[in-house]
Design a protein around this ligand. Structure first.
Ligand SMILES: *Cc1c(COP(=O)(O)O)cnc(C)c1O
Length: 408
């Protein structure tokens, strides 16, 4: 491979590889940053000072003294360039599921007479559940049509109110063409909502350039914000003055501290903030995002594709029992590679036991996230070798590896 991270360092080019800025043990190959990003080295001290210094000493004065009140906005300004969003178009807080509810509810107010919410039956279940729940709540004929993945794009027509899709499929890693699908939705007169859970921080996302209407995404995957980190939502500037938030909370009010009895929405994206932000997790995410300050996202994407190709070649050569579930062509994938095997769960447990961490997604998917910030060609080769040893020696074939934990 022509430009592994190690080569780039040797050539003195921009090095993306910065494993020393994460707390990761040397012998660990971590291919699960798409499920939970690892701990950035600077986060524990920053959190300790936020707890002891800010919360402990400033107490309620922290809202002003430590600028807690402005923190969600600061984090949003860091996320915007990562997803190709203009300034002041992103709000940070809540979970991805809650943010999806918020943007869906906002979109419902923009759709005229149409009532179909079109999605992908292979979408992340929470996305489908939230859309179904919202449809039940608003009634008025709203319904969710979740079609097989490969049929969704052809089904975008003038009956569709909202197209709700995840850019990168959480199981297969297949990546949709955001620009083409957004255009198709708009040509049909529909609103489009993108879920960027497996996109943000993995490759350059171009929300504004593609003309997306709304988007949501996750803070704890590629953005390394920690378990349960605040998520984000995006509202295109053309909509933000028009939509009215379903969760009209005081933090989205024009003047929260005027304590008025009636809601007056804050300007633009501000109104999408609902309640008091979780300052400690917000602090961790803000600190984690400093890792992206000098990352060239296009280079990150190229490197991730290169490592993904390398992993696919090695696994397909040595483990013919595994079926590639991801597109072979790098441009059609996000930053992950998946394989199918009927004993996928046990195989993944055997891998984890040998310090190669990926995850399993029912019914039969072995999923490997690739993050060139801390994973290089040596790690990829090692993961492929260990996987091959497990398959050839049937090392997965033990009862202990079949016991399913609560979280897989
Ligand atoms: C991980 C993921 C989520 C996570 O939702 P939470 O509400 O943060 O738990 C949502 N959508 C997709 C597509 C995901 O992959």
């Amino acid at each position: 491979m022509s430009h592994s991270s190690a080569d780039q360092t040797r050539e003195g080019g921009t090095s993306l590889y910065r494993r020393d800025r994460f707390l990761l043990e040397d012998e660990l190959v971590y291919l699960d940053g798409n499920s939970l990003g690892p701990l950035p080295r600077s986060v524990p001290d920053r959190l300790a000072s936020a707890v002891r210094g800010e919360w402990g000493r400033s107490l309620v004065k922290g809202w002003n003294e430590a600028e807690w009140f402005d923190l969600p906005g600061k984090v949003a300004r860091r996320i915007e360039p990562l997803i190709g969003a203009d300034p002041e178009t992103v709000a940070v807080g809540d979970s991805t599921s809650v943010n999806l509810f918020k943007v869906l509810a906002a979109a419902v107010g923009l759709v005229g007479q149409r009532r179909r919410i079109l999605s992908d039956a292979g979408n992340f279940p929470s996305d489908l559940y939230v859309a179904q729940g919202l449809s039940r709540l608003v009634k008025d004929g709203f319904e969710v049509a979740a079609l097989p993945s490969e049929e969704v794009e052809a089904a975008i027509d003038d009956t569709v109110a909202i197209v709700m899709l995840t850019e990168v499929d959480y199981r297969t890693g297949r990546r949709r063409n955001m620009k083409a699908v957004t255009e198709a939705a708009h040509d049909a007169g529909a609103i489009i909502i993108w879920d960027l859970a497996h996109s943000a921080g993995a490759f350059p996302v171009r929300l504004s350039e593609c003309g997306a209407d709304f988007a949501v995404g996750c803070g704890y995957k590629f953005l390394n914000g920690g378990p349960g980190a605040p998520a984000f939502l995006y509202v295109a500037p053309r909509h933000s003055d028009v939509v009215s938030p379903a969760i009209a909370g005081w933090m989205g009010h024009a003047e929260p501290f005027a304590f008025e009895p009636s809601y007056r929405p804050g300007e633009g994206i501000k109104k999408m903030q609902a309640g008091t932000p979780p300052i400690l997790s917000m602090t961790a995410l803000n600190e984690a995002l400093t890792l992206y300050e000098d990352v060239d996202l296009a280079a990150l994407e190229r490197e991730s594709q290169c490592l993904g190709d390398m992993f696919i070649s090695a696994v397909m050569q040595h483990c013919p029992d595994l079926e590639l579930a991801s597109p072979r062509t790098a441009a059609e994938r996000g930053s992950q590679v998946s394989f199918r095997h009927p004993e996928g769960y046990a195989i993944m447990q055997a891998l984890i036991d040998r310090n190669v961490i990926g995850d399993f997604r029912a019914p039969d998917i072995l999923r490997f996230g690739i993050t060139p910030l801390y994973t290089n060609a040596t790690d990829i080769q090692r993961a492929a070798t260990v996987l091959s040893e497990i398959i050839h020696g049937r090392l997965w074939d033990r009862d202990a590896y079949r016991v399913r934990a609560a979280v897989t």
